[in-house]
Design a binder for this molecule. Structure first.
Ligand SMILES: Nc1ncnc2c1ncn2[C@@H]1O[C@H](COP(=O)(O)OP(=O)(O)OP(=O)(O)O)[C@@H](O)[C@H]1O
Ligand SMILES: CC(C)(CO)[C@@H](O)C(=O)[O-]
Ligand code: BAL
Length: 284
């Protein structure tokens, strides 16, 4: 029988529970999130179980250090009660919901920076974002010391950054990526979709179609990267996106931009509708 979901708010509380599972020889999975949970997050809990975790810890922490000064930290949705109810439906075991003081005690002075992979795409457009992510994910991994941690491919650059950070710092955890969960129109589920009006949602729902069309045409002719990017940018403008941060065809591992998709590649995009910034990516 799965245990009922319990909530802990301190590193000591988290470690005490994880220690009990370890003493019983059981494997622990960690799913880091910022809450406002949807089916995409719940799929990560299920993926952790499928990949061998006997118990799954889900962290919910809206991490201030990964938001820029003009970003949506204060309005980011916080809904712990409904998050807990959703986690129960997929049999998560522990909700770890620290406050900012627990995560960043007075005098906190350390930053984890992953070079190279953060030079392009979201990196320069959200200065400091990946330092905030790498630092808080390092802390979450060290606080919980899970056997595996699962992250969504929806945040593809983030996933690559975390893989590199874990490899470089010899963190003893297996990092697993999980496929993007989409709605019936193909729109990638995202907590920020809740900011969109009905008209804006109709625009958002066109993003994935443009990426899938580009992927099909580039797969047929790998030298078409540049012309397909121009085609895709035009389609996104026509669809009504207000600002396109990037639309790029990149090497799937290094995230270097590609002119010719002659190796595993990924098409990645970030675009604004009003003040809401959406991201998506798919393989070629
Ligand atoms: N549609 C999705 N499918 C699979 N995983 C997802 C999906 N959306 C988010 N995730 C993953 O869930 C984890 C937590 O992400 P986060 O809490 O930021 O959710 P989000 O919906 O991406 O929110 P935001 O709108 O802030 O980007 C990350 O590993 C992220 O990649
Ligand atoms: C990994 C993460 C939980 C770190 O705050 C966040 O960036 C997210 O929700 O993807
Ligand atoms: N989903 C990644 C977290 C962020 O955008 O800050």
């Amino acid at each position: 029988m799965p245990e009922k979901l319990t909530t802990v708010r301190t590193v000591a509380g988290l470690r005490a529970q994880v220690a009990r599972w370890r003493a019983a020889g059981e494997k622990v999975g960690l799913v880091p999130t910022m809450g406002a949970l949807h089916e995409g997050h719940l799929s990560l809990v299920q993926a952790a179980r499928r990949r061998g975790a006997d118990h799954v810890v889900v962290s919910v922490f809206v991490n201030p250090t990964q938001f820029g000064p003009n970003e949506d930290f204060s309005k980011y949705p916080r809904q712990e009660d409904s998050d807990a109810a959703k986690l129960e439906t997929v049999g998560a075991d522990l909700l770890y919901a620290p406050d900012v003081g627990e995560m960043y005690p007075d005098g906190f002075a350390t930053t984890v920076h992953v070079a190279g992979l953060t030079d392009g795409l979201c990196g320069p457009l959200r200065p400091g974002h990946f330092d905030g992510v790498a630092t808080v994910v390092s802390k979450l991994l060290l606080q919980c010391l899970p056997d595996i941690a699962v992250f969504g491919e929806k945040d593809y650059q983030q996933l690559q950054v975390i893989r590199r950070m874990v490899r470089d710092l010899d963190v003893p955890v297996l990092i697993e990526g999980a496929a993007t969960v989409r709605d019936e129109s193909g729109l990638a589920l995202s907590s920020r979709n809740a900011y969109l009006s009905a008209d804006q949602l109709a625009i958002a729902r066109q993003l994935n179609g443009v990426l899938f069309a580009m992927a099909e045409r580039i797969a047929a002719d790998p030298a078409r990267c540049r012309s397909e990017m121009e085609w895709g940018l035009e389609r996104l403008r026509e669809a009504g996106f207000d600002r396109i941060d990037y639309l790029a065809v990149c090497d799937a591992a290094s995230l270097e931009p590609l002119e010719v998709a002659d190796r595993p590649a990924r098409i990645l995009a970030a675009a604004f509708i009003g003040r809401t910034r959406l991201i998506d990516n798919i393989p070629v």
